[in-house]
Design a protein around this ligand. Structure first.
Ligand SMILES: *Cc1c(COP(=O)(O)O)cnc(C)c1O
Length: 400
């Protein structure tokens, strides 16, 4: 794909075109974020600027809200932030936590939520379970009854481990506790797994543009409940850039508090069109099917490559990202670079799981056909790396 520029000043410069980004064709980039963006969505960003306080902005924002509400399954306005997702995680803490929060930690990103709490001066109790596990709602219930918490943070789909938390159940537990708000990071959940913001009574739920939404990074989206906004108003040091009350007030005028990333909003508009054409149910099902395919491939392949397994137990798995444990002796970074040599990008293990796991992001706009091609190549790479000494071509020549 080549995107021509038409600006008069650009014409005078030697660079009149952006680089050819379609160098490998769509369908070989399986990072669990950023995810692959369709050429037509990239192209949608190349449009002239407009005033963010003018009618064009209001028209665009009103149009975006229709698709965004469907995405979040909500009747409330969807807040649009020019930041990465971490920005709205910080917003969740600064606007939603009065004093003491319970952070449900089962991986790197849920750990980040706890760290943000501490960095923002809140009292944080981290309820940690091993990486690869989810939280038991009954135990969360018990801790909420004992502690004087005013908020709970949770990561719906823990991208470092591929675990999907039982969000609906957790939300119903939190709702039983008076004056406790539930703050949800659904960065790799939303748009790939069901998130029923209103029906599940989530107080704040956020996502970022570059995961299951398959947009370039730079936008974060969130929905705040009336209880959360009321809480925010009572917290005087909630800051400026991530003040959710000002986001909400500006949205009433179909605007954002500051100059938004206009080009990304154009891409969002185009992508919401694609998502509406597919339908939310179909989108969730496509993710579910890709995940199931990935898991059964692991199971089949483990018959030949002993020790290959999906990290979380089956009922706890996310439909958007699969974390695969490698057999002993096989190193994650070697698998990732073996794939890169064949023109494919997959995710390495995250943090402490880097040497022993790999991750496949089957989310966004990928299809089953593309996933199958990826898995075929991955199988070749794994077999070539796992070949016992003496059976591979190179090993045969050593010492002879
Ligand atoms: C990627 C990710 C984030 C961080 O997103 P940024 O856009 O890089 O700030 C937070 N939470 C989860 C679950 C993620 O996958």
């Amino acid at each position: 794909m080549r995107v021509p520029f038409h600006g008069p000043c650009l014409k005078e410069h030697p660079v009149s075109e952006v680089p050819d980004t379609d160098f490998h064709g769509f369908g070989r980039f399986f990072l669990p974020g950023p995810t692959e963006v369709r050429p037509e969505i990239l192209e949608a960003q190349v449009s002239p600027m407009f005033g963010h306080r003018g009618q064009a902005m209001k028209d665009l924002m009103r149009e975006l809200q229709v698709g965004l509400k469907d995405l979040f399954q909500t009747e409330r306005p969807v807040l649009v932030s020019t930041s990465s997702a971490t920005g709205l995680m910080e917003a969740a803490v600064r606007n939603g936590v009065r004093g003491r929060m319970l952070a449900l930690v089962n991986g790197a990103f849920s750990g980040r939520f706890a760290e943000i709490g501490t960095a923002c001066g809140k009292e944080v109790d981290a309820f940690e379970v091993p990486w690869g596990q989810a939280h038991d709602p009954a135990e969360v219930d018990r801790r909420l009854s004992e502690g004087r918490y005013d908020a709970v943070t949770v990561v719906h789909s823990e991208t470092s481990t591929g675990v999907l938390q039982p969000l609906e159940k957790l939300a119903s537990i939190v709702a039983r506790h008076d004056d406790v708000l539930l703050l949800v990071d659904s960065v790799t959940g939303l748009a790939g797994a069901p998130v029923l913001t209103d029906a599940w009574r989530l107080d704040f739920v956020l996502t970022g543009s570059q995961k299951a939404l398959a947009l370039p990074p730079g936008l974060a989206l969130g929905v705040a409940s009336p209880a959360l906004l009321e809480r925010a108003e009572s917290i005087s040091d909630r800051g400026v850039y991530f003040d959710l009350v000002s986001f909400q007030k500006n949205l009433e005028k179909d605007q954002t508090p500051n100059t938004p990333a206009l080009s990304l909003l154009s891409a969002l508009k185009a992508q919401l069109g694609r998502i509406a054409a597919e339908g939310m149910e179909a989108r969730w099902q496509r993710h579910r099917s890709m995940a199931e395919r990935c898991w059964s491939w692991v199971e089949e392949t483990s018959e030949e490559i002993e020790g290959l397994s999906v990290l979380p137990p089956r009922p706890l798995r996310s439909p958007t990202v699969t974390c695969i444990r490698l057999p002993e002796g096989l190193m994650g970074p070697d698998v990732v670079s073996g794939m890169a040599k064949r023109g494919y990008v997959i995710g390495g293990g995250y943090g402490k799981l880097k040497p022993t796991t790999i991750r496949i992001g089957h989310m966004g706009d990928h299809t089953m056909g593309e996933l199958n091609e990826l898995l075929t190549v991955l199988e070749e790479v794994l077999k070539s790396l796992a070949a016992p000494a003496g059976t591979s071509a190179s090993a045969g020549s050593v010492g002879s």
